[in-house]
Design a protein around this ligand. Structure first.
Ligand code: ASP
Ligand code: MG
Length: 403
C-alpha cells in the first residue's frame, strides 16, 4: 500500500466549502487504496489575524507566547477537516504536534525539526485511519510549543514524508504549479511540468513564494518525491525532483524579491580585518548577507556595502552602531528602495552567455544594474525597486519569447 502525504495551504482551507473540497480530495486518495497523511495550514489569513490580535495587546510579546498563539490556527484546520471526513463516514484522526512528537530546536518562531516520533502516526495508519497533522508547529525538549517560521507547514509535510518514507508528497495550493515567473506580472508565464530541487530552492530563496525553502532543502536531502498541485482544479502540477529533462530554454524561471535593502558603511579604515569584523558581527546577530561590494573611498578609506533582507535592517543597524568605535566608519547609508531580479536554471552552469542575455534584456529596457550576484545556477541583479516588475517582464520575454 502506498503512503501519500498531502499538504493543503491556507487558501485551500479558507472556509467551510474549501474544507469540504479538501476532504473530497483526501477521501478520493484514501478510497483509491492509499494510506493518507495530511498536513494542514491555518485557514486563510488566520495567522496574520492572530499576529494583529497580539499586537493590540502587546506589540513586544515574547516569541514563546507568540508561538502558543499562532500554533492554534493549524489546530482549528485539522479539527474542522477531520469533522468533514467523519461526516463522510471515513475513519480519521487529527493530531497536534505534541501528540505526534514532532520535536524541534528551541528557537521560538523559527524552530527546526530535529526528530519525529513514528509510533503514534504509524499506529493510526495501521488502523487504516486518515491522519491529519497540524502543520507549522512542533515542541521543544520541554514540551513547549514552537513554530517553524512563516510558511512552515510545507516543511512539516516534507519532514513527515521523509520520516515515513512516503511514496509521494503533494503540496496543494491555490496555483496549479511552479511557473517560469509570477503570472500576475507576466501573463505569458508558463507552468513547468518539472523542476530540479536546486532550481526550486533558488527560486524559493529568490522570492518565488510557492514553497517554503527549507521544505525544498529537506526534500532534496531525503529524495522526497514532491509535487506542487492545485486544490481547486484537478490537473497536473509541477514535479520537483533531482534531474529533469532539459527543455529548449536554459533557465527554469525568473524570480523577484522586493523585500531587499542595501546598507553601506562609508569611510572605513583601509586596514586588514575590517570586512571580517563587520560580517562576523552580522552573522553572530543571525543576519544573512546577500551581495557585498567593497570600493575605494576618499583618503585611505574604503566603503563596504551589502544587501540583506529588509526585515533584518533594524538588527543590522543596531549591530553596526554597537561596533562603531572599533569599526571606525564615517557614517551608514540605508537604501530600502532596491529590489532583486534573478534568473534560475540548472543549465546556466554549462551554457555560455546566459548572464549576458539577461544583462542585454535589462539594457534594452534601459534599466540600470546596481549590483550583480551569481551562484552556479543563478544570476541576480539588484536594481531600483520601482523597476523590478518591468525588469521581470523584459528578462522573461528575452528567455521565453513574447512581450
Ligand atoms: N500558518 C502559517 C503561516 O501563515 C504556516 C503556513 O501556512 O505554512 O505562515
Ligand atoms: Mg505557503
Amino acid at each position: 500500500m502506498k503512503l501519500i502525504v498531502q499538504k493543503f495551504g491556507g487558501s485551500s482551507v479558507r472556509d467551510a466549502a474549501r474544507i469540504q473540497n479538501v476532504a473530497n480530495i483526501i477521501a478520493d486518495t484514501y478510497k483509491a487504496g492509499n494510506n493518507v497523511l495530511v498536513v494542514l495550514s491555518a485557514q486563510g489569513d488566520t495567522t496574520d489575524d492572530l499576529i494583529a490580535k497580539a499586537a493590540e495587546i502587546n506589540p513586544r510579546a515574547s516569541k514563546r507566547e507568540m508561538d502558543m498563539l499562532l500554533s492554534t490556527g493549524e489546530q482549528i484546520s485539522i479539527a474542522l477537516c477531520a469533522m468533514a471526513l467523519e461526516k463522510m463516514g471515513l475513519p480519521v484522526i487529527s493530531l497536534a504536534a505534541w501528540q505526534v512528537g514532532i520535536y524541534t530546536t528551541n528557537t521560538y518562531s523559527d524552530a527546526r525539526i530535529r526528530k519525529i516520533n513514528r509510533e503514534r502516526i504509524q499506529n493510526e495508519l495501521d488502523k487504516r485511519k486518515i491522519v491529519l497533522v497540524a502543520g507549522f508547529q512542533g515542541i521543544n525538549r520541554r514540551g513547549d510549543v514552537t513554530t517553524l517560521g512563516r510558511g512552515g507547514s510545507d516543511t512539516s509535510a516534507v519532514a513527515l514524508a521523509a520520516n515515513f518514507n512516503a511514496d509521494l508528497c503533494q503540496i496543494y495550493t491555490d496555483v496549479d504549479g511552479v511557473y517560469t515567473t509570477d503570472p500576475r506580472i507576466v501573463p505569458e508565464a508558463v507552468k513547468l511540468p518539472e523542476i530540479t530541487y536546486d532550481e526550486m530552492l533558488e527560486l524559493a530563496s529568490q522570492g518565488a513564494q510557492v514553497l517554503h525553502n527549507r521544505s525544498v532543502e529537506l526534500a532534496k536531502k531525503y529524495h522526497v518525491n514532491m509535487e506542487v498541485v492545485s486544490s481547486l482544479e484537478r490537473k497536473s502540477g509541477t514535479k520537483v525532483k533531482e534531474v529533469v529533462k532539459m527543455e529548449k530554454t536554459t533557465i527554469a524561471g525568473v524570480a523577484k524579491d522586493t523585500s531587499v535593502s542595501q546598507i553601506a558603511l562609508i569611510g572605513l579604515q583601509d586596514n586588514p580585518g575590517v570586512a571580517f569584523r563587520i560580517f562576523s558581527d552580522l552573522s553572530r546577530a543571525g543576519i544573512n548577507v546577500d551581495t557585498i561590494i567593497q570600493s575605494i573611498g576618499r583618503e585611505e578609506t574604503k566603503d563596504i556595502s551589502f544587501t540583506l533582507s529588509s526585515k533584518d535592517v533594524e538588527t543590522a543597524l543596531e549591530t553596526l552602531e554597537k561596533a562603531k568605535d572599533t569599526l571606525d566608519y564615517d557614517h551608514i547609508d540605508v537604501d530600502n528602495d532596491v529590489g532583486k531580479v534573478s534568473i534560475v536554471g540548472a543549465g546556466i552552469m554549462t551554457t555560455p552567455g546566459v548572464a549576458a542575455k539577461m544583462f542585454e534584456a535589462l539594457y534594452d529596457a534601459n534599466i540600470n544594474i546596481k549590483r550583480i550576484n551569481t551562484s552556479e545556477i543563478r544570476v541576480s541583479v539588484i536594481i531600483d525597486a520601482s523597476e523590478v516588475d518591468r525588469a521581470v517582464k523584459a528578462v522573461h520575454a528575452k528567455f521565453f519569447g513574447e512581450e
